[in-house]
Design a protein around this ligand. Structure first.
Ligand code: PGA
Length: 254
């Protein structure tokens, strides 16, 4: 396993041709990517196979931005995790706050998606985080503990499985105003999350199978603040990952 992981979430920010153009630029610039950094690109569903083909002979990995909780059936508009794995995905973002807010995704749905990801050998990148109001009334830890327990409770993590927990405070995502969680806070939150995971799985399972990352307005100037922290395995990057030069500088600064 590489030292740090950087996951690019392109959301619906890049259309098909733009995704291909940015991917080609990343392939051109990839000699600048340090050897110890694992890079995962999560393009839109429509762009997935094209982007996967461009990265085929590189070490760059592909992830989906979501998966469904069943493998096949009468589920209009959904995408099977089996197809995503076959297309070359090795990761899947699950429970992103934009899906929780815009589509009403619940912890129950996210729980089922995580199970399905593990069944299909996709590494789930499970997003958790509080909103501004919850934070203002001191409920941050409560929200994180509840989300973790509801999403992971009853799910076994076995030898060979890999899981990523992404702390993504909702107020820091796509802020566009340079609003992000301070490293001291991310460090504290990593300890809270670790404690819940110890209760669920035990410390040795965390060492072998669970990584913790931060996401929310990470850019080339702030990335180092997080990657320097002891228990932080990497970052989830939205906006700053859609511009190739900026993204490569961000990776170099990791
Ligand atoms: P952002 O997005 O970097 O644009 O804040 C992060 C995310 O939503 O994963």
């Amino acid at each position: 396993m590489k030292n740090k992981i950087i996951i690019a979430n392109w959301k619906m920010s890049l259309l098909y041709q733009e995704s291909m153009d940015v991917s080609s630029a990343i392939v051109q610039l990839k000699k600048n990517i340090p050897q110890d950094v694992e890079l995962v690109i999560c393009p839109s569903y429509v762009s997935l196979s094209g982007v996967a083909a461009l990265f085929k002979d590189t070490e760059i990995k592909i992830g989906a931005q979501d998966i469904f909780w069943e493998e096949r059936g009468a589920y209009t508009g959904e995408v099977s995790p089996v197809d995503l794995a076959d297309l070359g995905c090795s990761y899947a973002i699950i429970g992103h706050s934009e899906r929780r807010m815009n589509l009403g995704e619940t912890n129950v749905m996210i729980h089922d998606k995580v199970k399905m990801a593990l069944k299909n050998k996709l590494v789930p990148i499970i997003c958790i985080g509080e909103n501004w109001d919850e934070r203002q009334v001191g409920q941050r830890d409560y929200v994180l503990i509840r989300e973790l327990n509801e999403v992971l409770g009853g799910i076994q993590i076995r030898d060979g499985d890999s899981v990523i927990i992404a702390y993504e405070p909702i107020w820091a995502i796509s802020s566009g105003k340079g609003i992000y969680a301070e490293p001291e806070e991310v460090k504290y939150v990593s300890e809270v999350i670790r404690q819940v995971l110890i209760d669920l799985y035990g410390a040795s399972r965390i060492e072998s199978s669970i990584r913790f990352i931060y996401g929310g307005s990470v850019n080339k100037l702030t990335i180092r603040k997080y990657t320097e922290l002891p228990r932080i395995a990497g970052v989830l990057v939205g906006n700053a990952s859609t511009k190739p030069e900026e993204f490569i500088s961000l990776i170099k600064n990791a």
